[in-house]
Design a binder for this molecule. Structure first.
Ligand code: COA
Length: 409
């Protein structure tokens, strides 16, 4: 190659760099606008909540005559308030949220918000798969520990438990930041399980451990099977949740979601309660071991207390879940409606964006590169082509509530 050709190639690269600069500038402008819009949304949400609280308080204090018509209007107001709460919650799902203290300590001050409902569902799916894989490994290891009594095998299994529960606490904290309604107890349960596995890891191999060992391994085999059933239940719910963002008649899907949930729950609950009874039995065995044989290490009493705590917490929370689900049926329906709408909208927007991308790139391909100098290019960022909206873009825009619709809602 001669020098002149190299020079020409460099000039061409320069032109491409100019395009890159323009693109980056546009991107930074959009980032700036994004932050402004996020702030505006935060303010508006705050305002909506403030006004809603005022209206709800006035409804509660209403002392006028309550005839049939007034009662209907009050009921309507209550329904609309529930619906609005679900809508606001859904809007919050597209905005960044602060990490809790635990995540800040572990990960540092990093943003773990996922700003797209579909990606949130995907992350949850990944969390469930992670639990499934680790449970299968746990089941195999517990099974081998039942057959062989090797300390190294035993310790690697218990170490796996420490790591597994510790990882769960982190993943669940990320889910929580991203709007999961996971109950505090289940998170606490995994913290307690991490501590319990840590205590087991340092429990010296003596007579007491040998007396409890087999029962503990059987317990783990059972729990792994129950967790497999739990995986089936959660996976089914997630599958139906994804369908909410795809179907046209959302009511049918919400009905399907609920009927599947109740069937799944009634199948799962007996297995869960047997598991809790097993936890109580573990606590009872350890209680007896704390007294006989004599000189029990402190690990026995601590493990007894932890199993008892898990038994009480799990039983109380699971018993609480069913009536709560019945009580909050309409709230749940609005939540699913808002979630389904938001997922659909995001999908349509994504499709329209890729359509715009395609039409944009075909336009770029048909036009020869302009001979702008770097300075010209950076001062004229609006010179980028603005393609006409595609049908998908139009439908996405149509799915957005108009100002009047917003007022009516
Ligand atoms: N671990 C992690 N997340 C859980 C959870 C658990 N044990 N139980 C519920 N969640 C999550 C749900 O996935 C849901 O998440 P989302 O808001 O991101 O969609 C949220 O918490 C709210 O769930 P909820 O509607 O209250 O319950 P559910 O219908 O999803 O599940 C049970 C109900 C009873 C089946 C479930 O809580 C469960 O499996 N509990 C038993 C756990 C247990 O005892 N483990 C030890 C085995 S002995």
């Amino acid at each position: 190659m001669d020098i002149e050709t190299l020079r020409n190639e460099w000039d061409e690269l320069n032109r491409e760099y100019t395009e890159l600069e323009t693109c980056n500038r546009r991107y930074m402008e959009l980032l700036e606008q994004l932050q402004q819009h996020q702030q505006k949304c935060f303010n508006e949400i705050k305002h909506q909540r403030y006004r809603m609280n005022q209206i709800t308080a006035s409804v509660r204090q209403y002392k006028g005559p309550i005839g049939g018509e007034e009662k209907e209007k009050l009921d309507d107001l209550q329904k609309m308030s529930l619906k609005r709460k679900a809508q606001l919650h859904e809007i919050e799902q597209s905005l960044p949220a602060k990490s809790g203290r635990y995540l800040q300590i572990i990960l540092g001050d990093v943003n773990v918000s996922i700003l797209n409902r579909n990606d949130k569902v995907r992350y949850k799916d990944d969390y469930e798969k992670f639990k499934l894989i680790l449970n299968v490994i746990g089941l195999i290891m517990a099974f081998f520990n039942l057959i062989f009594n090797y300390r190294a095998l035993e310790l690697s299994f218990i170490f796996l438990l420490v790591w597994y529960y510790c990882t769960l606490t982190i993943r669940e904290s990320i889910l929580k930041v991203n709007g999961s309604r996971i109950k505090g107890w289940w998170r606490a349960h995994h913290f307690i399980s991490t501590v319990a596995a840590g205590v087991l890891l340092i429990w010296p191999q003596g007579e007491h451990w040998q007396l409890f060992r087999l029962q503990f391994m059987y317990f783990n085999v059972y729990i792994s099977i129950v967790q497999y059933l739990q995986f089936g239940y959660q996976k089914g719910l997630l599958y139906r949740l994804k369908a909410l963002g795809e179907r046209h008649n959302m009511d049918i899907t919400i009905e399907g979601f609920h009927s599947w949930m109740w069937r799944g729950l009634s199948f799962l609950l007996p297995f869960l309660f047997i598991g809790y009874a097993f936890q109580a039995y573990n606590a009872w065995t350890l209680f007896k071991l704390a007294y006989y044989p004599p000189d029990a290490p402190w690990h026995v009493s601590v493990m007894c207390g932890l199993f008892l705590l898990l038994f009480v917490g799990n039983t109380a929370t699971t018993l609480w879940v069913v009536p709560e689900k019945i009580r909050e049926r309409s709230k749940e329906r609005y939540r699913l409606q808002s979630m389904g709408k938001s997922m659909k909208l995001r999908k349509e927007m994504k499709n329209s964006a890729s359509d715009l991308d395609l039409s944009g790139s075909s336009q770029v391909a048909t036009t020869t590169p302009t001979s702008l100098t770097p300075t010209q290019a950076t001062t004229t960022p609006t010179a980028t082509p603005t393609p006409t909206p595609t049908p998908a873009a139009a439908s996405a825009a149509a799915a957005m509530p108009t100002a009047t619709e917003k007022k009516e809602n």
